[in-house]
Write a protein that binds this ligand. Sequence first.
Ligand code: MSS
Length: 366
Amino acid sequence: PAAKPALPGYVAWKNQDHMIVHTSTTIETKRSAFGTSIVTPSDRLYIRNNLPAPDASIVANRDAWQMAVEGVRQPRTLSVADLKGMGLETMATVLQCSGNGRGYFADKPSGTKWSVGAAGCVLWSGVPVRTVVAALGGLADGARFMTGTGGETLPAGIDPKTIMVERSVPVRTFEDALLAWEMNGDPLPHAHGGPLRLIVPGYSGVNNIKYIKRLAFTEQETEAAIQKTGYRMSPPGAKGDPSHPSVWEMDVKSWINGPAPEAGTVKAGWVQIQGVAMGGTRSLRRIDVSLDGGQSWQEARFVGPDLGRFAWRQFVLPVQLKPGQYMLASRAQDVQFNWQVEASPENGGGYLNSGWRSHAFPLTVA
Ligand code: MSS
């Protein structure tokens, strides 16, 4: 067999056996590798970088990293050490690339053909953005967006707007947002945005700015291409423009991870069908599993503690399977009774695929 593409140096510490390397900046978790204890192990968490990561020397002295805060009554530049003195909170969120599930769209939109693995459930520690805003006198008048800027060093001679990672989200998200310096109990790994990352709970991956160097409350959305034309819900085949909705909030979604999502074969007998379900910005109320590709459904059971509305939940359905062919699907429902959709709308960028039908997989019981 052909050698597996090796993990690039900046993520050499990840577990190669559990990762699918698409390119050096797009690396996903295998469907069999999420585990069942809610939090995704850091060495299996997916990676997506729109630009090459900044030099690892930025984590040599983490506390010295600086972030400018603008659009507040008393604008200031704060170091990570300053932020650590201002407050502390821990929360679990689903970090999921906007393009997760792109590989299941029938239209074959261009971009990484992620299956389910550009997602994970992560524990973050840091200071709530609202605490920082309050300490700096509150929001300035007219703030409609929260804009975060990534700390990448941009190549000279190119208009920064065309490549910089800068995203705007509706200003109300600051109430839930976190400036995180720790992930799953470790100092935030450089590859995941260390020394400091903006977490916007319930919003897709791209809105969670790594190596954040500027947090601005602005009247307008940023003019950066990644906001203006990128990550927009454009019609199939079309490029994005500001008239198309931005890729922001995530939808209710679930998928099955076991048994045998890759091998596709198990022995007859008792089997624990398990997977993950997320509500986007809302808690979940129900999860169903189908063995026949959605013709009939059985309610499954959530497993383990509820880590809050922005986390995912593991679920299980014990079943006794006779030899035969099965098609495993799941569909989640949030507390506002919204069901996960059967099929997400095809769109130019292949974003936000949460359709249960395309996420089903076949299982042979022998
Ligand atoms: N940030 C920065 N600074 N840079 C870049 O590139 N990317 C995005 C986010 N943030 C970036 C940032 C994306 S796009 C994503 S997904 C995420 O991040 C990922 O993360 P990790 O940690 O996993 O790698 Mo899609 O929507």
